[in-house]
Design a protein around this ligand. Structure first.
Ligand code: CO
Length: 144
């Protein structure tokens, strides 16, 4: 497994506008992207940039709000009404190689690689196989 950059931390929230205010006013975030809908995933998302050291590219916070009645995160939000950290996402150079490597180690990959919020292929690995952490694996965008 070729571990790459920590791309983002996913945080489920009951309200993206309220979370934007928190990240801007409490945490001092200065680059907050426009929220957008991912209807196929049943979520609305918004990325907040966290700067890297010495001008390098940092990571992001992915704010995630339910979209529609069938959103898969309604249950998570019911258990965590204030919102909560939901997943971590690491980049890899080759998504299909990474999937094969996780599976060879007996880790449960949830579904086939699909296009994620950054427009590159992603998959999730079951938290019970990952020390309790739902883990998103994402192919590094080609323009990086
Ligand atoms: Co994510």
């Amino acid at each position: 497994m070729k571990l790459g950059r920590l791309n983002h931390i996913g945080v489920v929230t009951p309200s993206i506008p309220e979370s934007i205010a928190h990240w801007r006013d409490v945490m001092g975030a200065t680059k907050i992207h426009d929220p957008f809908d991912l209807p196929a995933q049943g979520v609305k998302v918004c990325f907040v940039d966290t700067p890297g050291a010495n001008g390098t590219e940092g990571s992001q916070i992915e704010l995630i709000e339910p979209l529609g009645e069938d959103s898969p995160i309604h249950g998570f939000l019911a258990k965590n009404p204030l919102g909560r950290q939901h997943h971590v996402c690491f980049e890899v150079p080759d998504i299909h190689a990474a999937k094969a490597e996780f599976e060879a180690m007996g880790k449960r990959v949830l579904g086939e690689p699909r296009i994620g919020a950054h427009g590159t292929l992603i998959f999730f690995v079951h938290p019970k196989d990952m020390g309790g952490m739902l883990t998103e694996i994402m192919e590094t965008p080609k323009d990086h």
